[in-house]
Design a protein around this ligand. Structure first.
Ligand SMILES: Nc1nc2c(c(=O)[nH]1)N[C@H]1C(S)=C(S)[C@@H](COP(=O)(O)O)O[C@H]1N2
Ligand SMILES: [Mo]
Length: 546
């Protein structure tokens, strides 16, 4: 081995690895920063998005099981950690020459570019620009940090340039007559390296923070804050109903879920790692496919026509027995059939399919839309424009269908088609084509495993069977008889109902279970099934001790 390719003595392994990590971080932060200025998903979110969309189902399920609702945050954190570890490896591999580092960061860039390019929200031009900027920042950082390991970076560069200039001029280099950089001792080079590393790491951190705050201050947020809702025809009736329901003894039970769940507590489920930011001024809803006249509606038009208001319980097909992926809110919007009738649904159009601005899709039978149930293009939730995470500016809400077949958020297209011709996002991923909501009930209080005290204990919770309504809720303690619980006030057949049973416990361990009977007189089945493929069934059961 010749000395010319042996690593410079100043370039120790820890320094090289650290330089690689900082270079990787700089590339990610630079990409995210530029992407946030452009209002597009950055490379990190784009790559994590691809993992969700393309990874085998078992991998995604595994993530869901381990991280639960935090799987998005975990995926993003995982993507960053893998990138940084890869950066450390690149740093180590670049001790003799920087080529492996450049190649590695370039590879990074290609992966990021691919992920951004297939993302529905990102144009190819923007993706290329973001990727180049990220790669450039990473490579520059790597170069500067390696150079700094030998001492002052600029002095070294200047000295080298002077040497070359002299050589070019054909003069012999007279080192003594030239201003030379201070002799570089180990201390100086370490200080220089630490200084550059700290400085570039700080810049990287600032870039990442900047990207975050830019994302928070979006045009969608500003537009949303300026929206004025029209008063829906029966808004005051609904308000009065909700107020009355909240005053009942059942609703006042400690630990029971509120009958109307506030927006910021409402469960959120979607595949979007970065919530789509839609500025309604350059958005429109298109209705097309098997219709006589394809139509488009502006946000202003929908706002003006949003006179329907209805409490609806939304639930997720993946909600386990006793789970909290279900909520009840008051939605306001335009009846779906009103818009479809205007476009003129053609014979044979058996499916209403819909698409989100981020490319997510779903669909349900046209018959369901027309069977008289509540189905609307919603623009408001609990008296406010839809929150951004819940679909601003518009979403679909169809009472009695799980969200995965019906509740498209950030809605931008409704296409009439046939059941055979189109499958929504989740259908090829192992979920049923049809998604009617199963009758369910949940014990909110006491909590499973709780040790209770006191003479009487309120057992209470919620039960839902949209759009059939809840007729009866029964509770069984140990092997005792099924006892009929007191029901809270109803907000209509689409909304869940609160229930409560007061009980005087005997000391010892107890099992408590609940079952609901819906408006058709059908009692929910005891048979336990997993959420896949069409929703969990079974009685929520808890163990408590007194
Ligand atoms: N654009 C889009 N809309 C979507 C989804 C999605 O992944 N993307 N998920 C659906 C699912 S599975 C459910 S359960 C509901 C949840 O609505 P929420 O987040 O407002 O509670 O949204 C539906 N709409
Ligand atoms: Mo869902």
């Amino acid at each position: 081995m010749t000395s010319s390719i042996a690593p410079d003595a100043h370039i120790t392994k820890p320094k090289a690895a650290l330089a690689g990590v900082v270079a990787g971080a700089a590339a990610l932060a630079a990409g995210e920063f530029i992407a946030s200025i452009a209002g597009r998903p950055g490379p990190v979110t784009a790559v994590a998005n691809r993992v969700v969309d393309e990874a085998p189902t078992w991998f995604v399920d595994f993530g869901k099981n381990i991280f639960g609702l935090n799987d998005k945050a975990a995926l993003i954190a995982g993507t960053i950690v893998i990138a940084l570890v890869f950066g450390a490896v690149l740093g180590l591999a670049s001790r003799r020459t920087r080529l492996p580092g450049i190649a590695g960061i370039g590879l990074f860039g290609v992966i990021g570019l691919y992920a951004m390019a297939v993302d529905a929200q990102s144009g190819l031009g923007a993706a290329i620009f973001i990727a180049l900027f990220a790669v450039g920042s990473g490579v520059a950082t790597l170069y500067i940090l390696f150079a700094s390991m030998r001492g002052p970076v600029m002095a070294g560069v200047i000295a080298k340039a002077q040497e070359e200039a002299m050589a070019d001029a054909g003069r012999s280099v007279d080192r003594d007559s030239m201003p030379t950089p201070a002799p570089v001792g180990a201390d100086v080079s370490r200080r220089t390296f630490v200084g550059w590393t700290g400085g570039l790491a700080a810049l990287t951190g600032l870039g990442a923070l900047g990207a975050r705050s830019l994302r928070a201050r979006t045009s969608a947020n500003e537009a949303r804050e300026g929206v004025e809702l029209v008063q829906a025809a029966s808004a005051s009736d609904v308000d009065a109903q909700v107020s009355a329901a909240n005053l009942t003894e059942v609703a006042q039970t400690d630990g029971i879920t509120p009958i109307v769940v506030p927006n910021d507590e409402f469960y959120r489920i979607d595949t979007a790692l970065l919530v789509p930011q839609v500025d309604p001024s350059d958005w429109q809803l298109t209705i097309d496919g098997m219709v006589d006249t394809p139509l488009t509606f502006t946000y202003e038009e929908l706002l003006a026509r949003a006179t329907t208001i209805m409490p609806v319980t939304l639930s997720c097909v993946s909600n386990p027995i006793g789970g909290d992926l279900v909520g009840n809110a008051v939605f306001q919007g335009v009846p779906l059939t009103e818009l479809l009738d205007e476009a003129g649904v053609q014979d044979g159009a058996t499916q209403v399919s819909s698409r989100s601005v981020d490319g997510w899709t779903c669909g349900f039978p046209t018959d369901v839309a027309y069977d008289g149930r509540t189905a609307m293009v919603a623009i408001a939730m609990n008296g406010e424009p839809l929150p951004i995470e819940h679909g601003f500016p518009a979403r679909l809400v169809v009472a009695g269908l799980y969200g995965y077949v019906s509740a498209t958020k950030w809605l931008d297209r409704i296409t009439m088609t046939t059941l055979e011709d189109f499958n929504g996002y989740w259908i090829p991923r192992g979920w049923s084509k049809l998604g009617p909501v199963k009758t369910q009930s949940r014990i909110d209080t006491p909590r499973n495993g709780e040790r209770i005290s006191g003479d009487t204990v309120a057992i209470a919770g919620v039960a839902w069977a949209p759009d059939r309504g809840i007729e009866m809720v029964e509770v069984q303690i140990d092997e005792g008889p099924w006892e009929v619980a007191e029901l809270g006030a109803t907000l209509g057949d689409n909304a869940w109902r609160q229930w409560r049973l007061d009980w005087t416990p005997t000391s010892g361990d107890h099992r408590v279970r609940v079952r609901a009977t819906d408006g058709t007189g059908t009692t929910q089945t005891e048979e336990r099934t997993q959420p896949a493929p069409n929703g969990a069934s079974g009685w929520h059961t808890i163990a408590i001790s007194a």
